[in-house]
Write a protein that binds this ligand. Sequence first.
Ligand SMILES: O=C(O)C1=C[C@@H](OP(=O)(O)O)[C@@H](O)[C@H](O)C1
Ligand SMILES: C=C(OP(=O)(O)O)C(=O)O
Length: 429
Amino acid sequence: MKQNLLYKKPALKGAIRVPGDKSISHRSIMFGAIAEGKTVVKGFLKGDDCLSTIDCFKKMGVRIEETNDQIIVHGVGFDGLKEPVELLDVGNSGTTTRLLLGILAGRPFHSVIIGDESIATRPMKRVTGPLREMGAAIDGREDGQFTPISIRGGNLSPLNYELPVASAQLKSAILFAGLQADGVTEITEPEKTRDHTERMIRQFGGTVTRSENKISLHGGQALKAQHIEVPGDISSAAFFLVAGAVTPGSEIKLQHVGVNPTRDGIIEVLEQMGADLHINEAALDAEPVADITIKNSKLKSIEIGGEIIPKLIDEIPVIALLATQAQGTTVIRDAEELKVKETNRIDAVVGELKKLGADIEATDDGMIIHGPVRLNGGKVSSRGDHRIGMMLSVAALLTNEEVEIEGIEAVSVSYPDFLADLESLMSKE
Ligand SMILES: O=C(O)C1=C[C@@H](OP(=O)(O)O)[C@@H](O)[C@H](O)C1
Ligand SMILES: C=C(OP(=O)(O)O)C(=O)O
């Protein structure tokens, strides 16, 4: 589906509450299912990826009620999950695939995970390898590297594992398997990655400890149903933060955004670039939440690399756009993981932004962007990747010419109402 965007007077004003956090929404269903009792989830993200997670658990016999403002998961415990008769279709969702594998690794039944064309290209050996070591029988294309993947869980042994990549999905898969293993599982991560799984284990009454970069947990813990309030997704808010920072005359307030310190790299980047940003005191629930106000301002280039990368990995497409408007040369490095997301996001960002006149080049592990540059209109494509589609919609604010985006429907993966929300901030005069 094509979308033509022509924004002549794009100053953005007003307040917006972005939809629920995708990572936390997935986990709320998973923990709800493996806990005993009724978990109520408010603020759940009804994007395609999280709906795929719901669908997979329904196919394993979990009763999940969806109303307008909440989801109720009738937990069955690990042992109550049933062998699915149908294929478990994860759609476009890497998080569903990898975390589900961790849960299935300890279940004594057979299941098959399939997904879309993009999922079929994403590396799964990083997860299937350690899960096999723990005792799960797994097969899949190229020896368990790609979907379709079939799995028959087993009696798991605990694992002491050093993650070869800084991936919260890999860490979480091993934690889910570790919860079903007989003994203590220990994971060391090269850099700190998002810790929603650890927080949720504690919220559900379990124990997981962390010392430096080592995370440990005991198998066999009983988890209890909870009430979960999902905060707004900072990865979705990032598009508005950048839109507000780069569009003349803008001032936007983003309400109730999750500001977990393992996810807030975008805020650090905006501050370092000189953005006019104000964050109110974060309220602490299971996850910290804050309102963030951003105004248009002059921006300067920075270098982004090292341990901040996992804290902003999904925001890099829109950070690249931000850098096109900053004075100087912005360098993004240590971000090879971008190559194995929904698309190769280094190629997609560089290729599509070049069509709009950006001065940007790809490197082996990131990109180099020279700014500021006045963008032009043109025909671009999301390449089927939600974050590329949303980034290009924000780019359309920076030109008086028309931007035609092919494949805009991809935004429904994480933010179905994205364009309507963006347009709601535009002056109606
Ligand atoms: O754990 C999660 O919810 C996620 C972890 C990240 O992936 P990796 O673990 O592959 O880095 C991120 O890119 C993805 O959007 C969501
Ligand atoms: C990489 C992403 O998600 P996933 O890995 O769950 O497909 C994303 O949302 O940017």
